[in-house]
Design a protein around this ligand. Structure first.
Ligand code: LLP
Length: 437
């Protein structure tokens, strides 16, 4: 939080809009985004690529936060996006997102999902395994539809991150294994398929990564592999897709590199490796999810009950919790909160922020310094823009919050708050015995 984030009354601002006014207008819990910040993050990536004068593509990993308005913002910025399900694909389509700019990921895409992708004309399908390769080769041939694909490989490199969110290691459900020759077979099969056009190779080594080593290693490993393929298989990809995973700063303890520093290093490594191995320079694709949206978003809550266990701990409960942010419970993720009415007030207590859900693990923050608080105060949990709304649930039959986009002093609701009626909308009452008879 900087002075620029506060108005004259010291209220916390987002995209030039007073968070207290937002809480009043739209109620809490509430997800609010500074849309301008999302655009700025995209532009920062663009600038690094432009400065290095390389061919590139930025593809927003929309699992981090997907909604019609979000796909519209991504389309406005002229970048690509990737989807991992028929549901994300459908949402992008509803948003009028250009389908040529969509990549479709997933380790178990169904025939129905692949058919939908071909019907919509998505730009690229990232094939994960032999089952899918065959399914897609047959489908494309049957429809006589030339289909652009990349192969996802598991490079056998794991990033230094939480075990559950690292995806690139050898023992992983994702991608063709490199060490056992599976990737070579996949290339051969793709080349033999008349309606598949293999343009690149993809890998993703994990999420919330803080160090460069993993990215440098995959570039190194893949360019070495491509050079061998050129010689042995007569195939050299146009595109190296290094995935996402660029870490962001959630708390003052986090010291990640800037997302752009990662990308600059990836570009320079790709140039160096292709020169060293005397192979053509590659087009570089990245798939940032978290780093485009995490710090642009926050969640507003209203404080309610509190409990103090003398000498042990003080709990302050908010009107949301694990249903709108599962990350602390699932990954022990850390966040910081401020009082929306004045984030600069001196701290007067150490409190833990509890949710309202019926389990002890429903904690958002442990032991954080806060100013004096009272029920009704609006608390802003910062940097919740990634994997918050997208992983939200109706646990305990709590309606999911609304999502607000703020930019240049204007706010707009982009996802409505669920109602109680929404909660029972899909329920089908039991038929009574009399009706059955
Ligand atoms: N590309 C692929 C193939 C991915 O699997 C992912 C994330 C990304 C890109 C984007 O990664 P990012 O830039 O957002 O780190 N729910 C977890 C994160 C799971 C990430 C899964 N894959 C969390 O809340 O931390």
């Amino acid at each position: 939080i900087t002075a620029a984030d506060l108005n004259a009354e010291q209220h916390l601002m987002v995209g030039g809009v007073d968070t207290l006014a937002l809480a009043k207008k739209y109620q809490t819990p509430l997800y609010v985004y500074d849309t301008g910040e999302i655009r700025a993050e995209i532009n920062a990536f663009k600038q690094v690529f432009e400065a290095n004068q390389v061919k590139y593509q930025i593809s927003y990993a929309s699992k981090a936060f997907a909604a019609v308005a979000m796909y519209q913002v991504i389309a406005e910025e002229g970048i690509h996006c990737d989807v991992v399900s028929g549901g994300e694909l459908y949402t992008a389509k509803q948003a009028g997102f250009p389908m040529q700019q969509v990549s479709f990921h997933g380790n178990n895409k169904s025939l129905a999902e692949l058919t939908m992708a071909l019907d919509y004309g998505v730009g690229c399908i990232i094939v994960d395994n032999f089952y899918e390769l065959k399914l897609l080769a047959d489908l494309a041939a049957e429809r006589e539809q030339l289909t652009t694909i990349m192969l996802r490989v598991a490079p056998g490199i794991s990033a230094h991150t939480h075990e559950y969110i690292s995806t690139g290691q050898e023992d992983s459900k994702f991608g063709f294994d490199l060490n056992s020759g599976q990737a070579d077979d996949a290339v051969k099969q793709a080349q033999a398929a008349p309606y598949l056009d293999l343009v690149g190779v993809h890998c993703h080594i994990g999420s919330q990564i803080f160090e460069l080593d993993g990215f440098k290693m995959i570039v190194d490993k893949l360019v070495t592999l491509f050079a061998r393929w050129q010689k042995d298989l007569g195939f050299y990809p146009q595109i190296i897709n290094v995935g996402g995973g660029f870490g962001v700063k959630y708390t003052s303890e986090d010291q990640p590199l800037l997302p752009t520093e990662f990308v600059d290093a990836i570009i320079k490594e790709t140039i160096a490796q292709t020169q060293a191995k005397q192979v053509p320079m590659l087009e570089i694709w990245i798939e940032p999810g978290r780093s485009l949206v995490a710090t642009a978003g926050m969640t507003l809550y209203t404080l309610g009950a509190s409990k103090e266990i003398p000498g042990i701990r003080k709990y302050l409960a908010v009107d949301g919790g694990m249903g709108d942010n599962i990350r602390p419970a699932l990954y022990e993720a850390k966040y910081e909160a401020v009082l929306a009415k004045d984030p600069t007030l001196p701290s007067e207590q150490v409190a833990s922020i509890a949710g309202k859900y019926c389990e002890s693990g429903d904690m958002l923050i442990w032991d954080q310094k806060l100013p004096a608080t009272k029920p009704g105060d609006v608390l802003a949990v910062l940097d919740t823009g990634a994997y918050g709304y997208s992983m939200a649930s109706n646990y305990n039959r709590n309606p999911r919050p609304a999502v607000i986009f703020c930019e240049d002093g204007h706010s707009q609701m982009v996802v409505q708050r669920e109602t109680y009626a929404d909660l029972t909308r899909l329920d089908v009452p039991l038929v009574t015995k009399t009706e059955v008879n």
